[in-house]
Design a protein. Structure first.
Length: 95
């Protein structure tokens, strides 16, 4: 929980500048906001896994049903990126 609390403070800056209390300058270059927060991809993955575990336990205790993350191998990711680039050709994203 201490690790989640510490990361939540860093996520709050991202949330405030790019999602809810939108900062006009920050929303143009969200990479700067993420860089300033110093959150790595591994930390983001850890947070998502941790929050899913917590929420799925709450769901289980309330309903008696287990929730599983579906298997996903990413095979459709390249197609999704190509479709995105058709709509946003100037996007800086690799396929």
């Amino acid at each position: 929980m201490d690790r989640l609390r510490a990361l939540s403070e860093r996520f709050k800056g991202i949330r405030d500048q790019t999602h809810f209390h939108i900062d006009r300058d920050a929303v143009i270059d969200t990479k700067v906001v993420w860089d300033d927060a110093g959150i790595t991809g591994n930390e983001l993955g850890w947070v998502l896994d941790s929050v899913f575990t917590i929420l799925s336990e709450i769901h289980f205790h309330r309903t008696g049903e287990r929730v599983e993350v579906p298997d996903y191998d990413g095979t459709d990711a390249a197609n999704a990126i190509r479709a995105y680039k058709q709509v946003f050709p100037d996007a800086k994203i690799a396929v």
